[in-house]
Design a protein. Structure first.
Length: 238
C-alpha cells in the first residue's frame, strides 16, 4: 500500500514446514524494488505464524510491525461464545467490510473453507457459518469416488451435464452458488428480519470469481478485502 492505494499484491502457497529463513527469501524477492516502511500480518496456521514472527524479528526488526492477535486494537467486538476461536482473517475481514459499506454486511470468503462472516450495523462480528471450500469438495470427490476425477473449474455448456466432466462442473459451480445464496438468505433474515435486502454481501478470496458469477445474492466483489483490513489495523496500532 501507498497510503490507501494498493500498489501491488501477490499470492503464495501456505506451507507449514517452511522455516523463517526460506520464508524471508520469498518475501524479499517479491518486495524487491519497494520501500517497505511498515508491516501488518496475520495467519491462521500456528506453525506459519511462529516462523513468520521469527522472520519479521530477524529480517525486518527495524520496521513497525503489527501482527493480528489478542491485544491488538481492531475496533471489532466479537459477540460470540468463545472469542478465542475466531480466526484473525475473519476479524480483519469484518473491519474492512464495515469500513467499506458502513452498515450490516455478510462477507463470503472463498478459501480452504468458505467462511460466511456476519457483520452488524455497528461493525461487530456476530458469528456466521463455515462450509467446505470449493477445492476441498473437488478433492474429496476425486479421492472417494472411483470413477470421478479432478477437473478444471470452468462453466459447462449447460447445467445439464452431458458427460462426467460437465456433470462435475455443473454440480460444483452451480452447487456452490446455490449454497452461497441459500445461506446468505438465511443469514440476512436472521441479521435484519425487517429489511434483509439492507444487508450487503461482499465476496472475497482466491476462488470467489468462480462462484459469484452464478450467485444471485453477492452484491460486491473485493479481492483485496483482507489486505484492506490489515492496512486499517496497522493504522490503528502504529
Amino acid at each position: 500500500f501507498d497510503g490507501e492505494t494498493l500498489v501491488d499484491s501477490w499470492r503464495i502457497k501456505t506451507d507449514a514446514r517452511v522455516p523463517a529463513d526460506e520464508m524471508a527469501l520469498v518475501y524479499r524477492g517479491v518486495l524487491a524494488g519497494f520501500e517497505v516502511t511498515g508491516i501488518a500480518a496475520s495467519s491462521t496456521v500456528p506453525a506459519v505464524l511462529r516462523e513468520l514472527r521469527r522472520m519479521l524479528d530477524r529480517y525486518y526488526g527495524d520496521l513497525p510491525t503489527v501482527i493480528v492477535e489478542p491485544g491488538v486494537r481492531t475496533g471489532v467486538s466479537l459477540l460470540v461464545d468463545n472469542p478465542k476461536e475466531v480466526g484473525a482473517d475473519r476479524i480483519v475481514n469484518t473491519l474492512a467490510a464495515h469500513v467499506l459499506v458502513g452498515g450490516p454486511a455478510i462477507v463470503v470468503d472463498f478459501g480452504t473453507s468458505t467462511n460466511f462472516d456476519v457483520v452488524s450495523a455497528k461493525g461487530e462480528f456476530l458469528g456466521g457459518a463455515l462450509a467446505p471450500g470449493v477445492e476441498i469438495s473437488v478433492d474429496a470427490l476425486a479421492d472417494r469416488a472411483a470413477q470421478l476425477r479432478r477437473i478444471e473449474l470452468v462453466a459447462p455448456r449447460s447445467p445439464i451435464g452431458k458427460n462426467t466432466v460437465e456433470a462435475l462442473q455443473s454440480g460444483i459451480l452451480y452447487g456452490v452458488a446455490g449454497q452461497v445464496d441459500g445461506l446468505v438468505r438465511r443469514l440476512r433474515e436472521a441479521l435484519s428480519p425487517d429489511d434483509p435486502q439492507a444487508v450487503q454481501v461482499i465476496a472475497t478470496g482466491g476462488l470467489a470469481p468462480l462462484a459469484i458469477t452464478y450467485s444471485e445474492t453477492v452484491s460486491r466483489y473485493e479481492p483485496a478485502l483482507t489486505l484492506i483490513g490489515l492496512r486499517l489495523i496497522f493504522e490503528r496500532n502504529v
